[in-house]
Structures are given as C-alpha cells and as structure tokens.
Design a protein around this ligand. Sequence first.
Ligand SMILES: N[C@@H](CCC(=O)N[C@@H](CS)C(=O)NCC(=O)O)C(=O)O
Length: 334
Amino acid sequence: MGLLVDGQWQDKWYDTKSTGGRFQRSESQFRNWVTADGAAGPSGEGGFKAEKGRYHLYVSYACPWAHRALVMRAWKGLEDHIDVSVVHPHMLENGWELRDDFNGATGDPLYGLDKLYQLYLKADAHYTGRVTVPVLWDKERETIVSNESAEIIRMLNGAFDDLGARPGDYYPEDLREAIEAINEPVYHRVNNGVYKSGFATGQEAYDEAVTALFDTLEDLERRLGESRYLVGNTLTEADLRLWTTLVRFDPVYVTHFKCDRKRIVDYPNLNGFLHELYQLPGVADTVWMDHIRHHYFRSHPTVNPHGIIPIGPELNPSAPHDRDRLGEREIRGA
Ligand SMILES: N[C@@H](CCC(=O)N[C@@H](CS)C(=O)NCC(=O)O)C(=O)O
C-alpha cells in the first residue's frame, strides 16, 4: 500500500493520526469524461469521444468501486467495446500489481507494465496521490480519462448508446434527484462506511462509523420492503452502488472490518435484493470471490497481521428471491 509523490512511489499506509483515528478517502484526480461527441463532460477536458475499442478498464475484481464499472459494462453490453485488465488481488508494498499468477488476473497485455503506478506515471510523470482502481484508460492518447468510478459508470451508461450499447438508462433524467439523494448516504455511510469502520484506529472513530453504517442498513431494509429498488421499481445506478458493498459484506466486512452487528442474510429485503441483482444477466460473472477474500484478508497487515483467510460463511446468492412481490422490474429505455 502506498502512493506517488511527485512521480516517486512511497510505501505508506493511510494516515489516521491527524484525524483522530478516522479514515479519510482522498478525491480521485483524473476527472475527464468520455462523451458521445468528444465534448468535455461535467469536469475535466474534452477530446475523449466514445469509440469502440479505444478505451480500456484496469480493475481489481476485489474492489467494490471497480466492480461498479464491471457491472455497468455488463448491463450495457460493452464487453466488445471496452476490454479489461485485472490486477493481482494482493495490494502490498508496491500497491496494485499487474501480475497474472492468480486465477483471473491478466497482467498488462497493453504495455507489459508490472505495477499499476507505472500506468499513472505514463499519464502524468509527476503525479501525486493514491494509485487506485478502477482506471479508464485511453489507448489513443495514452492517458487516464478517469479514476472515479461514480463518473465512469455514468459514461458507460450514456456515451456508447449510438455505438451499439445495450438499451437501458440507469441514470434517467427525471430520477436524478432521487438517485443523488440516496447515493449520498449510501456512499458516506455504507460504501465508505465499511472502510471507515475497518480502518479506524480509535474506538470513537470506529463507533461513529459502524453505528452510522447499521442505522443506514436498517433504513435501507425498510425502504426495500416498500419498493423493489432504491428508487421505486426502476433499476438504477443507485442499486448498483449499494450492491457492490452488499456482496462483500458477509464474506469480508463482517469479520475483517468488524461490521458485525448483523449480517446481510439477517435482513430479508437487503438479502433478497442482493440475490436478485446477482442473478441479473452477466452479473454473477463479475463476482470473483477468491479475489475479494484474498485481497482484503491479505492486503491489510495492520488489520490482519498474519494474513489468515478465515473459513467464510456458506452463502448462496443464486438461491430464489421474492422481490417480484413488490412489482415488475422497470429498466428505463429498455
Ligand atoms: N473514489 C474512487 C475510489 C477507488 C478506490 O479507493 N479503490 C481502492 C480499491 S477498493 C484502491 O485502489 N485503493 C488503493 C489505495 O488507496 O492506495 C472510486 O470510486 O473510483
């Protein structure tokens, strides 16, 4: 685990001393957008026109943020438009490594690099910051378009529609306000809440994060008892953003991040929702549980010094769910 400082790699764990034991996630720095016509998007610069085969995703199968991009790529049928490189699940003194000695890891077929930070340096030789996945890479300009998953999924959702992407709008205009309103607590208290709980280095910081996490899960459990998805019966990006955390919860976060008040299997609605999304076409293929478990239990020596991977719960996300009772699934534009 480390970061780049003016282009130099430094092996450093997160600093929680200055924040009272609290883990703070840093802002992603590459914020350009692929757009249908190459115009600039909501941030960054223009020149990244959607084209088949031009862009490449670097992901970790372990990472919930990268997982968002993989699922959106599957929902939109973009497998032939955007190819993927998968890092090795262990993230240690060199950060993410582009090795292929783990089932499913690909190395770096594009450039033969062996560390992900070298890709960041190819984009910016003086980069200062964390070296994270996912990365959306432009093969033509040889640079990073974006390393912010929340924005990458919106690009995949909309920019390739005229190039044969599968119909379906997961961020429809008239639902945007409702989507943002639910994304906000889900991001701070759930997606990031599990990390804030697990990486806290003080009791107070942990208590704060874990309480907010479970209070929010209770709210979401209630909400998913009233509608099939987070925003009515329409499947949206908000569901995807919650789901990538839920799928890791019982296998990892309960033990590794001490999120153990309840498990997802103890919440009938959240668990049914977890199963339903898992069973949507293309989604199960994006779930690589051995990457997930190896990554977390082996990559955080301050949390799990001996790197022992626990036996894990018996789960069956392919089991039937009863989400149909809440009404038909709607996908906008599909
Ligand atoms: N805001 C980013 C966060 C991505 C992120 O933090 N990814 C983790 C993996 S789960 C990572 O690469 N961490 C490496 C590090 O922090 O050094 C996004 O959503 O894309």
